[in-house]
Design a protein around this ligand. Structure first.
Ligand SMILES: *[C@@H]1O[C@H](CO)[C@@H](O)[C@H](O)[C@H]1NC(C)=O
Ligand SMILES: *[C@@H]1O[C@H](CO)[C@@H](O)[C@H](O)[C@H]1NC(C)=O
Ligand SMILES: *[C@@H]1O[C@H](CO)[C@@H](O)[C@H](O)[C@H]1NC(C)=O
Ligand SMILES: *[C@@H]1O[C@H](CO)[C@@H](O)[C@H](O)[C@H]1NC(C)=O
Ligand SMILES: [Cu+2]
Length: 691
């Protein structure tokens, strides 16, 4: 679930304060001058954000007032230009133009503007188009705050609160995206930009989500900022505050849990990586770290140094989280619409708060700040939003003990030291720890760790013995159900394995019967069966869709024009982790139509600068007509082309009592691992410990 809770102003719990601060933000004066030579993929600076918004406000294309800014991001230069810059940044005498993509709403329309901010003193709007299709841009933080202030001014709501014997000042409400549910329901709201609101009882706990005001749903027209629908359906007991706290000073002292000795991180020789602007150099890796208000962390131009050839070789042009889709599994009136698209509905980047040194990231971490644009187009600074650190967790990169040699035992071992780039998105109740981990072997590992608070439903039940019907969740505490749901985290991965043009290869491991006849490939031995590899090169997009949960397959991205010395095609392998759940919803169900790409973990498409957001550019209330599955229907060629991998990590979540009151983190991961990319193991000549 994803929503920014907007408690009433009279309630100042610490959690609420943090959110309210972000609503007003730390705005930055337009004094910071742009870097003289930004990297072409650097995120927009505070000055560039200000310039972009000023240009939109001054543009004759957008006449209606007020204008609300929903997204401002770098409209990156053509890939060919970026690559030519990257191949020789020193000799790039002229910097590439700096363009912003702005999505703004005015007069009930969504405008998409491209703005040249190369000269921040004279920004100019290059183009404007009004979006005529389905869907809307994400809610702004200010809209969520304004909507949060509506319920206490709405008489029927005040009456509902009173009827439950509660005090208005102890109730807070949040904006819940309403999804899209086809003709009948859409007609009810005349295609307006509406959201639902659900409310919670705040008294006595910082656990905002543990005490739902069950049965009450408000419908808010976000453009008009007015309540347009109201329902108070059932009264359920409000779960008690006791046992819902998670703040250290409320749960202890005394602290009674298992005790562990504090960990220590020491780097006597200092950090092993360098950051020049946003370019990180560490061991054999070099890459650019950007920030986008919708995606959060953006990894670009990742290259790895090859010790054999002495060359720096391309691996990943771009990697970022494109969407986080979280459908809940209760068809009831207050729950059916909870089918959140955290990036498209709320923006993952602006759901990221400052990381806590020593907790979120270890003592040896370095931090990056970032800016996003608020609804008025003013830059908002988020300190320490991304951290970068070297990790040694006591793991082994490679080892061997040889005991077969006479009179000696040889042991060689190399520790596995990696580099992690981390951001945490707190999308309302859930927290997603999103890591890009670089290994000296040439592997890039993506890890998503889920923690935070369950979406909970108030119930009259206090014991499972009493529950007869399908409760759609687990009783995690008295009067509290943790509702079943999924998490689908989709990454956009523009792989450029040793060059731009790659092919997608599916190696199927095929069981074989030994015929015992050498003429038919058999061997005259008693062995009856074995497996072999059947290779298939994907021709077009329909071949690029793979559901993993079937026959064993190895999925490779190869560069067909590059081979190793001994003739293997140079490649990278996609190594899925355990989190490979796919959606179990029916294809004709509305949330499934919007997220139709969640039935397969792997999709491969040709690179297209406009195809970035897997759920569509306008995902909020979108219909799915501009999602990855829709693009893939074009069935374009993907063989020996510039191709993009879309990988969806999936987790089904049946909550349990240990997930209450806060859920211990649960991780899903995948790896992109060199496969015949190097001539041999790159770590052979690395120093053993103590040398
Ligand atoms: C409601 O809350 C306000 C502010 O905390 C308090 O002054 C008032 O006494 C409360 N009323 C009731 C009936 O609890
Ligand atoms: C593209 O895929 C379709 C469906 O698998 C297949 O029938 C067709 O031959 C492919 N086109 C090419 C050019 O390979
Ligand atoms: C690139 O993507 C956009 C948006 O989906 C689409 O309109 C355009 O046709 C695509 N171009 C190609 C060559 O597929
Ligand atoms: C990639 O392949 C396309 C289509 O075959 C071709 O037009 C293009 O020149 C190739 N690009 C490179 C960098 O080889
Ligand atoms: Cu979950």
């Amino acid at each position: 679930m994803a929503t920014k809770m907007m408690p009433l102003l009279s309630v100042l719990l610490p959690i609420a304060i943090a959110i309210l601060l972000s609503a007003t933000g730390v705005t930055v004066a337009n004094t910071a001058s742009a870097q003289s030579h930004p990297h072409p993929l650097d995120s927009l600076s505070a000055a560039e954000l200000t310039a972009a918004s000023a240009a939109v406000h001054a543009s004759p294309f957008v006449k209606a007032r007020p204008i609300t800014i929903h997204y401002v991001g770098l409209n990156e230069p053509e890939k060919a230009d970026v690559l030519s810059y990257a191949s020789n940044p020193a000799s790039s005498s002229t910097t590439l133009p700096r363009h912003a993509l702005v999505i703004a709403r005015a007069g009930g329309e969504s405008h998409e503007l491209r703005v040249d901010v190369t000269d921040i003193s004279a920004p100019s709007v290059l183009s404007d188009s009004v979006h005529r299709g389905a869907g809307f841009p994400a809610f702004t933080v200010e809209e969520q705050a304004a909507a949060g202030a509506l319920p206490p001014t709405y008489a029927p709501f005040v009456e509902s609160v009173r009827r439950r014997g509660l005090n208005l000042s102890e109730v807070g409400c949040g904006v819940f995206s309403k999804g899209w549910f086809g003709g009948e329901e859409e007609a009810r709201w005349h295609g307006a930009r509406v959201a639902k609101m659900q409310c919670f009882v705040l008294g006595g706990t910082a656990n905002f989500y543990a005490r739902p005001l069950a049965g009450v749903t408000l419908v808010v027209d976000i453009d008009r900022m007015a309540v347009v629908g109201y329902r108070d359906r059932v009264v359920q007991p409000v779960p008690k505050a006791e046992g819902t706290e998670y703040r250290a000073d409320k749960v202890g002292p005394p602290f009674a849990g298992p005790s562990v000795a504090p960990g220590v991180v020491v780097q006597p020789e200092g950090k092993g990586f360098r950051m020049d602007g946003h370019v990180v150099r560490w061991a054999n890796w070099e890459f650019h770290v950007g920030f986008d208000m919708r995606a959060g962390t953006v990894i670009s131009l990742a290259t790895v140094h090859d010790a054999d050839s002495g060359l720096r070789r391309r691996v990943l042009y771009r990697g970022f989280v494109s969407e986080v889709f979280v459908p809940y599994m209760d068809p009831a009136e207050e729950w059916y619409f909870r089918t959140f698209m955290d990036a498209g509905d709320y923006n993952l980047g602006i759901s990221a708060f400052p990381l806590q040194p020593g907790g979120d990231c270890p003592a040896n971490a370095a931090y990056l700040d970032a800016y996003y644009a608020n609804q008025d187009g003013e830059p908002v600074k988020v300190d320490n939003v991304i951290c970068v650190f070297e990790r040694y967790a006591g793991d082994v990169a490679w080892r061997h003990t040889e005991a077969a040699l006479a009179n000696q035992i040889i042991t060689e071992v190399r520790p596995d030291v990696t580099l992690v780039v981390r951001m945490v998105a707190s999308t309302g109740n859930y927290d997603y720890i999103l890591d890009w981990e670089f290994k000296t072997t040439g592997t890039i590992k993506f890890v998503a760790s889920l923690t935070g608070i369950l979406a909970m439903q108030a119930t009259s039940y206090t014991h499972t013995d009493k529950i007869k019907e399908d409760a759609h969740g687990t009783l995690v505490a008295e009067n509290t159900l943790g509702i079943y749901h999924d998490h689908f985290i989709t990454c956009h991965l523009d792989l450029d394995v040793d060059g731009t043009n790659n092919s997608f290869v599916k190696n199927s491991l095929t069981p074989m019967r030994n015929t015992r006849d050498p003429a038919t490939g058999g061997a005259d031995t008693p062995r009856r069966s074995y497996w072999t590899v059947r290779r298939e090169v994907a021709e077009n997009e329909s071949d690029g869709q793979v559901k993993l949960n079937g026959a064993p397959r190895e999925l490779l991205f190869v560069n067909p024009s590059k081979r190793t010395k001994i003739g293997n095609e140079v490649g990278y392998r996609l190594l899925p982790g355990g989190a490979t759940a796919t959606s179990l919803l029916d294809d004709d169900d509305y949330p499934q139509q919007r997220a139709s790409y969640t039935k397969k973990q792997v999709w491969v498409t040709p690179y297209n600068r406009s195809e970035k957001w897997v759920s569509g550019l306008y995902a909020e209330q979108g219909t799915g007509n501009d999602n990855l599955a829709a693009w893939s229907k074009k069935n374009r060629r993907i063989k020996d082309e510039d191709i993009v991998l879309w990988y969806t990590l999936g987790l089904h979540h049946v909550p349990c009592q240990e997930d209450f009151p806060v859920m211990p983190s649960l991780s899903g991961a995948f790896e992109l691992r060199p496969f015949n990319f190097f001539q041999s193991n790159q770590l052979i000549r690395t120093r053993p410990p103590g040398h």
